[in-house]
Design a protein around this ligand. Structure first.
Ligand SMILES: C[S@@+](CC[C@H](N)C(=O)[O-])C[C@H]1O[C@@H](n2cnc3c(N)ncnc32)[C@H](O)[C@@H]1O
Length: 428
């Protein structure tokens, strides 16, 4: 895959640093504390030196610490000593990140997503009266679209349009060309570093990535909230939620695994296991699901109140799910997507941006997590288990998504139709 920097959830934030399943062993440094989830794993503290004996997969390595052996999560280990030479620039990959956002290709992909962009426009129109004379901060203004929609549909006193990438220079020209320079002030810099003349009444941002959180731009938004939003000020989006369902993905399965059954009347099925490893060890970030592929009623595994949530709460999020299967089919995996809600002062109901398969497609599409082999389910079966989103302790824009599942005819049936566990790096 070409390396083009972050592309709204693609896995392009570089691949140096943590080793991936190379088969090379050696001594690694723990980048953060880890508490063993069971007896097969090792607990360790940040900075401890761990001897890796076998890199079993991208996610779990067999290792030794103080004479004890067990599995350790690869994402917690680094070849370099993070206490000494990994600066913030390395772990946030800001150069690469902002460079990718300075390209029009990426900005065009977002602008061309009418569902997304018109939602922000609708919020500004609906809040016209409230916005009059208000100061607004647009965190990560990109091409300036949200700031300009605000100035076009309402009469804010000022919109501070903050953009860290080089694009800011061009955005300023676009703002001027639209006759909005007296209202929209483009500020180039990280929002963490810029100075505003005072607090703002409203903070707006489009920060959402794959599985809602990837890129962790939300951390910058929350810092800006704490620094610049006045008490009782408005956050747009106001809430954000992540949804999950067990799903079928027949075409994906046939394309990637079924392909290896027969080719030219020769049996290639020996390669099916390797194909699952190669294709399904990471999520598919741009999967467009058919609503019929949902095997159960989706559930909400994460709900954030943007005026209250703290960054520390995003390090590890776990959710125990119980899905009752509504539809017969092969369960190929799980699919996730997010929705955001915009509460408009003095006006109900809220405006919703929903990226799920039941709504009009957006550029985010859905995220697909494929199991290595499907499980045949029928209505009335239960899929019980957990999902854990773990932010990478070293690579701060990345996270992993770990599933544990059991499929059975009832929640307490002794025999499972299928069960397993799998961790997906997104992307480290
Ligand atoms: C998802 S894009 C949205 C762009 C634009 N608001 C839109 O809706 O089309 C996020 C933008 O935020 C910028 N950004 C991300 N983190 C930032 C930070 N800490 N400070 C300033 N800009 C940031 C990125 O460079 C990118 O242009």
């Amino acid at each position: 895959m070409p390396r083009e920097g972050v592309q709204r959830g693609r896995e392009e934030l570089g691949d140096d640093g943590v080793m991936e399943g190379t088969g090379d062993n050696g001594t690694f440094t723990a980048a953060a504390d880890y508490k063993a989830a069971d007896l097969t794993q090792l607990s360790f503290r940040r900075g401890e030196r761990i001897v890796v004996h076998q890199q079993m997969s991208n996610e779990w390595w067999w290792a030794e610490l103080g004479g004890c052996f067990g599995y350790v999560p690869a994402s917690y280990l680094t070849e370099r000593d993070p206490l000494q030479d990994l600066g913030e620039e390395d772990t946030w990959q800001d150069d690469e990140y902002f460079n990718s956002y300075s390209k029009l290709k990426l900005q065009q992909e977002m602008l061309a997503d009418r569902v997304r962009t018109e939602t922000y426009g609708a919020v500004m129109k609906r809040s016209r009266a409230w916005l009059r004379g208000k100061a607004v901060l647009d965190v990560g203004c990109g091409s300036g679209i949200i700031s300009m929609l605000c100035a076009k549909h309402a009469q804010p006193s000022r919109v501070y349009a903050v953009e860290a990438s080089e694009l800011a220079r061009l955005t300023e020209q676009v703002v001027r060309c639209n006759g909005m320079k007296d209202t929209v002030r483009v500020l180039q810099g990280r929002v963490e570093d810029v100075e505003l003349p005072g607090s703002v009444d409203c903070l707006v941002s489009e920060w959402m990535g794959t599985c809602l959180l990837f890129e962790f731009m939300i951390e910058s938004v929350l810092q800006a909230r704490d620094r610049w939003l006045r008490d009782g000020g408005v956050m747009w989006p106001s809430t954000a939620a992540l949804h999950l369902t067990p799903c079928s993905a027949q075409r994906e399965y046939t394309d990637k695994i079924g392909f290896w059954d027969w080719q030219y009347e020769l049996d290639f099925s020996q390669l099916r296991t390797e194909a699952a490893k190669e294709y399904f060890s990471k999520p598919k970030h741009d999967h467009q699901m058919d609503p019929d592929d949902c095997l159960a009623e989706p559930c909400c595994i994460l709900q954030l109140d943007m005026s209250k949530v703290q960054t520390s709460e995003l390090e590890e999020i776990t959710y125990e799910f119980i899905f009752e299967v509504k539809k017969a089919g092969p369960m190929h995996g799980f699919a996730a997507w997010f929705s955001t809600e915009f509460k408009c002062p003095d006006s109900n109901p809220s405006i919703i941006l929903d990226t799920g398969p039941m709504s009009t497609a957006t550029h985010w599409k859905q995220t697909l997590f494929m199991l290595d082999s499907p499980v045949a389910v029928t209505p009335g079966d239960f899929v019980v288990g957990s999902v854990a989103l773990r932010r990478n302790p070293v690579w701060r824009r990345h996270m992993s998504v770990a599933f544990r599942w059991r499929v059975a005819p009832s929640t307490d049936a002794p025999d499972a139709i299928g069960e397993g566990q799998k961790t997906f790096p997104l992307w480290r």
